[in-house]
Design a binder for this molecule. Structure first.
Ligand SMILES: *[C@@H]1O[C@H](CO)[C@@H](O)[C@H](O)[C@H]1NC(C)=O
Ligand SMILES: *[C@@H]1O[C@H](CO)[C@@H](O)[C@H](O)[C@H]1NC(C)=O
Length: 144
């Protein structure tokens, strides 16, 4: 019984993610390396394709790490930077944008000029066993 449960749980773990890497979200906008105006509000678009199996959203965190203008930033798993958003993630399809999958836009404020790393941390539950998963994404923005 225990073995069966573990085997099924393992199978659902490996079958559930829609991609081999288990990544779901992507930072769709701005593009990696985009130039954005200093001290302005920008739209951040997070895409998440439909789950292959049942899934439940838990939370999304967006952070800006401005502390690595001349070198590689540390990974978001170690330093999310200044928290710009921390809350529910409810990606939706938009009827007027049929070519676009489920996504959600967030408005964040960027500070002074320099390179900043925009970090996303995503938490959810997958499949019939509500298997927890976490993932990170990041892009670099050129604030001018
Ligand atoms: C940022 O994302 C890129 C592309 O996914 C990845 O190659 C890189 O390792 C990430 N950087 C950090 C610091 O996590
Ligand atoms: C989200 O932002 C992107 C990029 O600005 C835009 O193309 C898209 O229409 C927006 N979606 C909604 C629902 O406003």
């Amino acid at each position: 019984m225990k073995f069966t449960f573990a085997a099924i749980a393992l199978a659902s773990l490996f079958l559930a993610p829609s991609t081999a890497s288990g990544q779901f979200i992507s930072i769709a906008y701005p593009a990696d390396g985009a130039v954005v105006p200093a001290n302005s509000q920008i739209t951040v678009e997070i895409n998440r394709p439909d789950f292959a199996t049942s899934g439940r959203e838990v939370a999304l965190v967006l952070g800006l790490n401005p502390s690595c203008p001349n070198s590689q930033c540390v990974p978001p798993s170690q330093n999310m930077g200044d928290i710009m958003y921390d809350g529910p993630f409810t990606p939706q399809r938009v009827a007027s944008l049929p070519q676009k999958g489920p996504h959600q836009n967030f408005t964040i404020t960027v500070g002074g000029p320099g390179l900043v790393q925009l970090n996303a941390f995503h938490v959810g539950l997958l499949g019939v066993f509500n298997t927890p998963f976490t993932e990170y994404q990041n892009i670099t923005l050129n604030v001018q």
